[in-house]
Design a protein. Structure first.
Length: 265
């Protein structure tokens, strides 16, 4: 069996406790594309960490037309682990794949986690206590363990969005987030301008008056493989599309609201 990620330094981890059943059950959603080398470790660790500690729990795996051995790995794991598995014969792209994935969720909360295991399962407990007073809880990478060009692009992207939309959030495209299902059911169908879903969703949630909390969580370097989105050769086109989408969204939403301040634990 795979081993959990080891932490560096002497920082104490989050307190592990049973989740508050009064706040409702949780659907854990994994969008997956070409992760055959790491997806088993990801799923086993999240199931081991959360099962038995979160009442009314479900695990949803939404595979998006992978061309490696991901499908075979998931089919094998689904015979052993409590997974609801949805697979696609064609590539939809991250935004549409994630929208389709969350449509399968049945619990009051969605815990949406990227499948590359750059976040440890135990850090769910850093986010969970904020369910009582938040609608969207973002796990902010602290520090971010990615190649320098990705760190620079993400910083510039977030700074530009903060300026255009007058929002205070520092990591709007994080792959580690806990969201009320009612809010995502209401806003997700409108997400269409920006490529990676989460940033546009956070901005729409802000304009809708949602309570958004940002919680620092450890981020880990990708252990196996490489990103399937940010190839250096495609960066110009990605940035261009994001800029166009950003200004289309700004035109649709109108003037930014004056409320909704970021809360940080």
């Amino acid at each position: 069996m795979s081993q959990p990620l080891r932490r560096s330094g002497n920082a104490r981890g989050p307190a592990r406790r049973p989740a508050d059943p009064a706040l409702g059950g949780i659907s854990v959603v994994f969008p997956v594309y070409n992760e055959s080398f790491i997806i088993e470790q990801t799923l086993r660790n999240y199931v081991a960490e959360l099962q038995g500690r979160v009442p009314d729990l479900e695990f949803i795996v939404a595979e998006d037309g992978s061309v490696d051995d991901t499908k075979a790995v998931l089919e094998r794991l689904a015979e052993e682990l409590p997974l609801s598995l949805f697979m696609s014969n064609e590539r939809k792209g991250y935004q549409q794949a994630l929208k389709d994935a969350v449509a399968h969720a049945t619990r009051p909360w969605l815990f949406i986690v990227d499948s590359d295991y750059q976040f440890a399962a135990i850090d769910f407990w850093r986010l969970e206590p904020r369910r009582a007073d938040s609608d969207v809880i973002l796990g902010v990478k602290s520090p971010r363990r990615d190649p320098l060009y990705r760190i620079f692009l993400s910083w510039g992207y977030n700074e530009l969005m903060k300026m255009v939309f007058r929002v205070p959030y520092r990591d709007m495209d994080t792959g580690f987030r806990l969201i009320r299902r009612e809010l995502i059911d209401r806003l997700a169908p409108a997400v269409r301008f920006m490529t990676f879903f989460n940033a546009e969703f956070v901005i729409r949630a802000h304009y809708a008056g949602a309570r958004i909390a940002c919680i620092p969580v450890p981020h880990y370097a990708r252990k196996i493989g490489s990103t399937t989105i940010f190839y250096v050769s495609s960066l110009f086109l990605i940035c261009f599309r994001q800029l166009i989408g950003m200004f289309r969204l700004r035109r649709e939403l109108g003037p930014p609201p004056r409320s909704n301040r970021e809360t940080v634990a």
